[in-house]
Structures are given as structure tokens and as C-alpha cells.
Design a protein around this ligand. Structure first.
Ligand code: HEM
Length: 494
């Protein structure tokens, strides 16, 4: 809906643009969310930028994001069409990049069937088994937390999607990680010149080597998704009735009318979208409790004090309502260092006027989650990791996805949020139960304290490698982790 006419509205505030390239040269490539936050402090929470023809609207305040992306979501729910990652690499079929329309609704409806809160509760045993493997991997190879976290995050979605387990030495895991690393870089604004200057797409192949590389990446991932889907088809044909996302979609597809490639993408892209965000959150957790050791001690005391739990009994998802501090700690983690700090850009459809400012149709609207969650007014001392700030809101039926903006907005809000948040909760609560986590030491034996600013700068962000020490709290804890692992192997199908 247009609330006023451009004639009565003013342009969005922002720095003076260059006459040809706009703000292209002013926007840094690294930690762009902090630059956007600083613009908000200077020009007000809603800022306009122009990048070589693209209009950007930066939202630094949650109230504005809620108005535009939630209440006016009919106009702010599309995505800019990326030439490299969208057209060539994903053949226009990857959910996260789809424009708003019937195809997106179909894909999201399929996701909703698998990931709505009602259904997510039935995945508890699978999450507990995968978290047992995660704990075991952390016990036997504590130096590889990043890899174990990725494996754990990918394995939960993978099992849900294809009904089979992802093993550590699995080629599928390696393929998933290669796809993931590439995709995170490829959809970051500015990664490929053709996305800033789409005219370059008219060049023939011999002058556009990027096109060949994007097609190769497509072939690589569709081979994996197609093979995994074929395996499920064979299982279904042989009368195996084990439930998984792929099986349900295949069975329902007469109604859903998804073509073979869309079907492969809708299942396959779930674990690509869900892995890096979830895994990065675990690395932020390690850093948080190293920098704020009292939070680890408090959480351990809460777990140790719960009747029935102890060195020979780890918490499970049924304990969530009895461990409010662990819930608050998880929510604070999503707030303190959001997995996608710069948000995922939405695209508007039609012209609009907001607070007297004109927002041109086809603007990229960027919810700067970082600035929203570091707003001093809502979160005093925002850079401190302080789970207590969430304690008063927790009422025993708490939703890990509420009270922060880490899962995005409106019609594009993360469809995996209920699953992802519970995967994070059980993973970190079990790490807290089982391990002491401290700073690592350098070659001279001095403690090395990690620095949150040392983090990656893609569409998601996680700490750059840092040293830490992860030691089981006792021999009994270590033995319990081994037993949990062995019993999870007995129940997992590979
Ligand atoms: C800690 C875990 C996670 C975090 C912090 C997270 C965060 C996000 C964010 C910020 C967005 C962008 C929302 C927007 O555009 O406003 C998003 C989108 C998405 N997420 Fe997640 N996510 C997580 C886990 C997952 C999981 C486990 C899955 C899959 C099972 C998943 C699947 C997706 C998909 C498919 C989209 C694209 C939605 C669309 O464009 O319509 N995510 N996520």
C-alpha cells in the first residue's frame, strides 16, 4: 500500500553519494553491519544508500523492521535476483533466493510441513542422538570444535531430510561442507561483479568464466541432492516406510507439482541454509563462556542442582523447562553474536512511504540484526554476554526464538528456527554439563583470550579460529559421554 505520494515525501537520509557509483566505494567489505550501525547513529535508524543502481534501505531499529518487514510484509518479502548464485548456481530454485511468488509459497509450505513447532517436538530423540555424537567428537578430538559443530548441525537436518545418518568420514559431509563454503561467499553482496552490474551477463561464455564456474557448482550440488533423493526413492519402492522430508515430499508430490530439480533443491538446500548458522552459534558459545566464565559456572550449577541429573546422567530436551538459565543463555547467545548479523536483504515490490520518507520499489531492505540487538535502550551494556537479561521473561514454556531478532522477519523468517534453536539448546546444554571450557594457551604457555571482533564477514559470521581448552569435568562425565555415544550408534540408521 502506498501511504503517501513521492511528492509529499523526502528522500531517505544518508551520506552524500558519488554521482556515478553512489556509495559503492564507501561501503566496506568487512563487518558491514558495524558500518551500517554507525550510519544509524549519525543519520537516524532508517538510512538510504545507493550501490551502482541498487537502492538500499538499512533498518537499524527493530520497530522499523517490524513495521516494514512484518506488518507491510506484502510489499517487503522478495529477494534480489542474483545472477551468479541464483540464476546459474541454483537454477532459480534455492528457497533462500527465490523472489516472492507461487514458487516460494510452495517451497515454504513444504518446509512448514517438516519444521512447524508441532512436528519439531517429534525430532527430539534424533537431536539427542546427534548431540551425543557431537559430545563424543568434542571429547576425543577437542581441537576440532568447528568441524564437529558443522557436522552436528548438518547431520540433524540431513537425517531429517533423507532419513539417514551422516558419518564423520562420510563423503557426503565433505561435499556438503564444500557446497556450503562456496555458497556463503557467493551470495555475499559484491562477491561477483555480475551481481552489481547484471549487464555483464550478456557477455558470451568465453568472456564470462564466472558463468562456467557457477554452472560447475550447480552440477556438483545437484549431483549430491539428486543421488540422495534417488536413494530415498529406492527405499520407498522397496517398501521401507521410514519417515523423512524427502519421502514425504515424494509421496505428496502429485499434489505439490514440484519438478524433479525443485524437489532436489527444496530438500537439499535445507541443510545448506541450516548448517552454517547453527554451527557458527556453537563457536560463539565457546567464545562467550571463555570471556564470561561466571555464566558457565552458573549454568553448570543449575544443571548439577536438578534432581536426576549428575555426572552419570546428561540433560536431554525434556529438561528444557527446568533449566531456565540454560534457556536464557541460549537466547543471549542469539542476541550477543547473531549468526547473520547483517540480516538477509529483503526486496520491496512497490514504491512506499514510511515516516515521511520515500522508499522506491525494488529497494533492497536490510534488517541490520546486529544494530537491533545491540541497541543500548533495549539491551543495556549490549556488548556484554549476560544471560540474566532474559531471566525475568522465562516462564517455563519459553520459546527460544523470542526476545531477539536472530531468525529474521516477516514472510521470510527462518523456517528452520524451531529446529535450529533446539539443536543449539541441547548441544550447548550438554557441553555445559560435560566440559570445562577455558582460554587456550600460546607456545609460551600464556593464556590467549579470544576477541569477538575477529570474525568472518559473509552473509553469516562466526569467530575466526581461536584457541580454547575443552576438558571433561570428571572421568565419570567422560564415561557417560562414551556410553551416550555407543547407545546413539545402536539407534542410528546409516
Ligand atoms: C541457529 C540457527 C539458525 C539461525 C540463526 C538462522 C537464521 C536465519 C536468518 C536470519 C534467515 C533470514 C531471514 C530473513 O530473510 O528475514 C534465515 C533464513 C532461512 N533459514 Fe535459517 N537459521 C538457522 C537455522 C536454520 C535451519 C536449521 C534451517 C533448515 C532446516 C534453516 C533454513 C532456512 C531457510 C530455508 C531460509 C530462507 C527462508 C526464505 O528465504 O524464505 N535455518 N535463517
Amino acid at each position: 500500500m502506498i501511504h503517501s505520494t513521492p511528492g509529499t515525501s523526502s528522500p531517505l537520509p544518508g551520506p552524500t553519494p558519488h554521482p556515478i557509483v553512489g556509495h559503492l566505494l564507501q561501503v566496506p567489505k568487512k563487518h558491514v553491519w558495524k558500518y551500517f550501525e554507525s550510519l544509524g547513529q549519525h543519520y537516524g535508524p532508517v538510512v538510504g544508500l545507493s550501490l551502482a543502481g541498487d537502492n538500499l534501505v538499512i533498518l537499524n531499529d527493530a520497530e522499523d523492521a517490524e513495521e516494514l518487514l512484518n506488518r507491510r510484509s506484502h510489499n517487503y518479502s522478495s529477494r534480489k535476483q542474483l545472477v551468479y548464485a541464483g540464476k546459474y548456481q541454483s537454477h532459480g530454485k534455492r528457497l533462500v533466493l527465490l523472489p516472492y511468488g507461487p514458487q516460494l509459497k510452495q517451497h515454504r509450505a513444504a518446509f512448514h510441513q517438516m519444521l512447524q513447532p508441532k512436528v519439531v517436538g517429534s525430532y527430539e530423540s534424533m537431536q539427542e542422538e546427534e548431540s551425543a555424537k557431537y559430545l563424543y567428537n568434542m571429547l576425543v578430538k577437542p581441537g576440532e570444535a568447528d568441524l564437529h559443530s558443522k557436522r552436528y548441525a548438518a547431520a540433524t537436518v540431513f537425517r531429517l531430510s533423507y532419513g539417514k545418518s551422516l558419518s564423520d568420514d562420510d563423503e557426503d559431509l565433505k561435499t556438503v561442507l564444500i557446497i556450503l563454503d562456496g555458497f556463503i561467499r557467493d551470495c555475499y553482496p559484491g562477491s561477483h561483479l555480475v551481481d552489481t552490474f547484471p549487464i555483464l551477463d550478456s557477455l558470451p561464455d568465453f568472456l564470462a568464466p564466472w558463468r562456467i564456474s557457477a554452472r560447475r557448482k550447480h552440477d556438483y550440488e545437484i549431483q549430491l541432492y539428486g543421488r540422495l533423493l534417488d536413494e530415498v526413492k529406492v527405499r520407498l519402492a522397496s517398501g521401507d516406510d521410514s519417515d523423512c522430508f524427502a519421502a514425504r515430499l515424494l509421496q505428496a508430490n502429485e499434489k505439490n507439482i514440484l519438478d524433479a530439480e525443485s524437489l532436489a533443491y527444496v530438500v537439499g538446500s535445507a541443510f545448506v541454509a541450516g548448517t552454517d548458522t547453527t554451527a557458527g552459534t556453537f563457536m560463539w558459545f565457546l567464545m562467550a563462556v571463555i570471556l564470561y566464565p561466571e555464566t558457565l559456572r552458573k549454568a553448570q550449577a543449575e544443571i548439577d542442582g536438578l534432581p536426576g541429573l549428575g555426572p552419570s546422567r546428561a540433560p536431554d530436551l525434556s529438561h528444557m523447562n527446568s533449566l531456565p538459565y540454560c534457556v536464557a543463555l541460549t537466547k543471549e547467545l542469539f542476541r550477543w553474536m547473531p549468526a547473520a548479523p547483517g540480516g538477509f536483504p529483503h526486496l520491496s515490490d512497490a514504491d512506499d512511504v514510511y515516516k515521511g520518507y520515500f522508499i522506491k520499489g525494488k529497494s533492497m531492505v536490510i534488517p541490520n540484526i546486529w544494530a537491533m540487538q545491540h541497541n543500548e535502550r533495549l539491551f543495556p551494556e549490549p556488548l556484554s554476554f549476560n544471560p540474566d537479561r532474559f531471566m525475568q521473561d522465562i516462564d517455563g514454556r519459553d520459546d527460544l526464538t523470542q526476545g531477539h531478532y536472530g531468525f529474521g522477519f516477516g514472510r521470510r523468517v527462518c523456517p528452520g528456527r524451531y529446529l535450529g534453536a533446539r539443536t543449539v539448546w541441547i548441544g550447548i546444554t550438554r557441553l555445559i554439563w560435560g566440559f570445562n571450557i577455558c582460554p587456550g594457551v600460546d607456545s609460551d604457555g600464556r593464556l590467549v583470550v579470544p576477541v569477538p571482533d575477529n570474525c568472518t564477514s559473509g552473509i553469516t559470521s562466526k569467530p575466526l579460529p581461536f584457541s580454547y581448552s575443552l576438558v571433561p569435568r570428571s572421568d565419570v562425565h567422560a564415561e557417560t559421554i562414551r556410553c551416550l555415544y555407543v547407545s546413539s550408534l545402536g539407534r542410528t540408521k546409516s
